[in-house]
Design a protein around this ligand. Sequence first.
Ligand SMILES: Cc1ncc(COP(=O)(O)O)c(C=O)c1O
Length: 421
Amino acid sequence: MRRRTAIKKLGLGLAGIPLLASLKNVDFFDWKESFSLDKTKDEKFWKRFKKSFYPVSKEFTNLENGYFGLHPSPVHKAYLNNIEKVNSVGSYYMRNDFFPELATIVESLEAFAGTEPGELLITRNATEALNIIIQGLRLKKGDEVLLSRHDYGSMIEIFEMLEQEEGIVLKIVDVPFDPKSDQELVDAYLSKTSSRTRCALLTHLMHLTGQILPVAKIASALREKNIDVVVDAAHSFAHVDFKLPDLGVEFVGANLHKWFSNPLGVGLLYVKKERIKDLRALFADSRLPKDDIRRLGHFGTPATPVVMTIPAALKYNQDITIPVKEARLRYLNNYWTNQARMIPGVQMNTPSDPQRSCAIASFGMEGYTSSEVVKHLYDHFGVFTVAASLDGREVVRVTPNLYNSTDDLDLLLEGIQSLSK
Ligand SMILES: Cc1ncc(COP(=O)(O)O)c(C=O)c1O
């Protein structure tokens, strides 16, 4: 009682607490009507966009936006406010307002993702969400799982751990680098199934090649054989236009700190309502009912200001709209890949059909390792990319974000051209 009086004196009565402003004070985009598909190729527009929202370093040209998404300045402002708010009232906020506010945030994400109430859980990242699913499925000795070398390493490692500890059997699907049809991909997955196949991992948008899998088609063929399909949507969520139920699967892990543009530290778990009870919790919880998705999220105190910033990032995505984002990112991808494919010595790892990728694409350069190419591009052209390898191929991954322009990509192309023999 005494504590409450003291708080009222400070002007922090429960109803008037300024923290809830994180949900309301997100109307920054007074020029949102400008975002439209007509602007896809309008460099002047996107340069103005960059100036307003992305005060990025001028030291180099950043074409490595796949690791995480820089958040635009309105989101950054909301994030800083949230840090200050939480740090000014401390646990008062957590004990009184955080959980009701979290419920509202989850509801707004449900609307954005197209899911039913009670099917989403905010996690710390996609790796956590996918561990909760894959380790929760209780795979047993002899169970076969389908995965591909194009999937993300941390997810492959979960299955490798279960191979060593539980005796599950990994079946590696040969995903073609340049598929000619969806059926080719469906067949690649089906060809590795048997009566013992229990589970398949499908990466919706591959991190090294940028390839977008026709998840709904592959999943539908696998579901007919009673195979549980787990989708890694870390890179596709808020990047390409889809709703989670469109994937036709029961288990999805996604990220909010990549293309959704929230500050680092949030991911998303989706489990179809009727399957929640089937997952064994990775973080012990003995209180909540078996079909309550929050039972799977007992991982302790969250990074509260990061979670509180979700409404600002959501507003950014709603204003810009995912179709507009997708169209611009695909345009930038095609702008450089179409020209790079013509440069002697370039081997593209990304499908040639423009609908099969979006922002991410990668290539190798004859006579050079990917690390040598990345170093050359940075040292001589100030262009930052990232090196990897996949299935014996060299991978220089290039990922523009919305603040990048065709000028940035011209610089990249000049750098690639300079290595051509
Ligand atoms: C396809 C894919 N899945 C999962 C992840 C893991 O994301 P996080 O490290 O945020 O958990 C990544 C990260 O780059 C990724 O590219």
